[in-house]
Design a protein around this ligand. Structure first.
Ligand SMILES: [Zn+2]
Length: 118
C-alpha cells in the first residue's frame, strides 16, 4: 500500500504545480490505482479503482472525485478541510494560483488547529 501512496505523491511531484486541485488529485489517485493493479493489491484496488473511470477534464466527474476523496479522508477532519479548500480544476495564471494558494494555506492552518484539538 505504501507503493500506492508513493505513486500518488510522485504524481503530484511530476505535475509540478505550486497548488493542488481536485483535478490533480484525480490524476494522482489514478496513478495509485495503476500501481495497485500492477502489484495486485486487493485493498489498493478496492480503494482506488473508483477513480479509474473518471475523466480529469469532466466537471461532473470532478464533483464525484471530491466526494470520493472526502470519503477516503472520513477519518481525518484536517485532511477533509484541506481537500474542501481545493479548486475543482487546476488554476491557470498567477492571480488564480495565488488565490488557490491562499485558500490552501488557510485550510492548512485550520487543519493544524483541528489536528491539535484531537
Ligand atoms: Zn494528493
Amino acid at each position: 500500500m505504501l507503493d500506492c501512496i508513493l505513486a500518488h505523491e510522485f504524481s503530484h511531484v511530476q505535475q509540478g504545480y505550486l497548488v493542488d486541485s481536485v483535478q490533480q488529485e484525480l490524476i494522482a489517485y489514478q496513478a495509485a490505482a495503476k500501481i495497485a493493479h500492477a502489484l495486485d493489491y486487493t485493498v489498493g484496488k478496492q480503494l482506488y479503482d473508483r477513480f479509474l473511470a473518471l475523466n480529469p477534464a469532466n466537471s461532473k466527474d470532478l464533483d464525484t472525485v471530491l466526494a470520493l476523496i472526502l470519503d477516503l479522508a472520513s477519518g481525518s477532519l484536517p485532511t477533509q478541510t484541506i481537500y474542501k479548500s481545493l479548486p475543482k480544476t487546476q488554476p491557470q495564471g498567477a492571480a488564480d494560483t495565488a488565490i488557490a494558494a491562499i485558500r490552501q494555506l488557510s485550510a492548512a492552518g485550520i487543519a493544524g488547529i483541528q489536528a491539535l484539538r484531537k
